[in-house]
Write a protein that binds this ligand. Sequence first.
Ligand code: PGA
Length: 258
Amino acid sequence: MPKLWLAANWKMHKTVSEGQAFVARLVEQIPGLIKPGAGEIRVLIFPGFVSLQSVAAAARDTTIRIGAQDCYFEAHGAFTGEVSLPQIKDGGGSAVLIGHSERRHVLGEDNLLVAAKLKATVNAGVLALLCVGELAEERDAGNAFSVVDEQLETALANRSGITERTLAVAYEPVWAIGTGRNATIPDVEEMALYIREKLLEYVDEEHGREVSILYGGSVKPGNLAAYMGIPDITGALVGGASLDADSFAALYREMEGP
Ligand code: PGA
């Protein structure tokens, strides 16, 4: 059975103390997360930068991994407001969300900037969780696959160092994020298969086959199991339903299965 990913994207939510309290409550609910950890499910939490280090400290005795929601591609220098990979690693982060739809569509990141961030992340030995997905109008116009293809092709143009240990992909249709409007199972299945084909082409046969593909977009307790039934989907990236520890614990149990 493949290892599964359950990832929490807290976006611009939670203070330091709220983040610490979340970890304490989650571990209370799921004691199997205490090291060495019993389960097949890898939990990954993406807090805001300010609480990354304190949440990582709160999770020290657990198997929970902490990641950043973004990074800059330079290691240091005059880049006011940006956060580098050495800073993220030093704070206890071992993963980064790359190209989340809010970075692309609210903050204006393009495919080339996403590619530079992905390359820097892989070179730093940090897991890059590359987010791809189309807008509603792109899907309606029949362009969902070409949009995702361009996102993948540009991001993976420099494939050196890319393996299943440095890359995972999250398919997050933009219109399904935070809207309560879920992508259908057949649509996600078709896109996951397409992403797998592209990974075989852009990474290589050996590693492309092993890279995890997650689904994200209005995942909540009750709808996760259906996505996990899709052959190429081995995890979920969760926003809204990850903010409450009990709801996140319910997702963990749903992923574990009966
Ligand atoms: P959502 O967010 O679960 O609230 O739709 C997912 C995400 O943005 O990663």
